[in-house]
Design a protein around this ligand. Structure first.
Ligand code: RB5
Length: 146
């Protein structure tokens, strides 16, 4: 699977670990930055990854900041993005199954490396459940002002 990933300074180290983890598993990971632990603004990376997902450069996105909160808020401003703040295996799985999330966000300061790998696996291995499609369509309609 082709996955886009982005982080701010608070998520940079975790991003590096997740890229290595996913690459070893055979995924193609596109790194949209940041490139160091120097302070940056998380909305910049949420926007880049959100647009990459919407433009189908990648099939899904992963965003990491200190808590995942700022990244999820910002990514959801990109039309067509359903970014879910997830914090464990269950929320990661349900984000895909029920909410058809095309991005997950979590925290480099709030989730351990192991927890982050469990989250990523749960999200990537899950499938969208069609019975929730009408609710997802209602979210899309809200974006159109309907
Ligand atoms: C950066 O200090 C921190 O505010 C940011 O990474 C994130 O947690 C925001 O939601």
């Amino acid at each position: 699977m082709k996955i886009g990933i982005g982080a701010d300074h608070a998520g940079f180290n975790r991003k590096t670990e997740i890229i290595e983890y996913l690459t070893l598993k055979g995924h193609e990971v596109v790194d949209y930055g940041t490139t160091s632990v120097d302070r940056v603004d998380y909305p910049d990376y949420a926007k880049i990854v959100g647009e990459a997902v919407v433009n189908k450069e990648v099939e899904a996105g992963i965003l990491i900041c200190g808590t995942g909160i700022g990244m999820s808020i910002a990514a959801n401003k990109v039309e067509g993005i359903r970014a879910a703040l997830v914090y464990d295996e269950l929320t990661a799985r349900l984000a895909k199954e029920h909410n058809h999330a095309n991005i997950i966000a979590f925290g480099g300061r709030t989730q351990s490396a192991l927890e982050s790998k469990v989250i990523v696996d749960a999200y990537l291995n899950a499938h969208k459940e069609p019975r929730h499609s009408n609710r997802v369509e209602k979210i899309a309609n809200m974006e159109k002002g309907e």
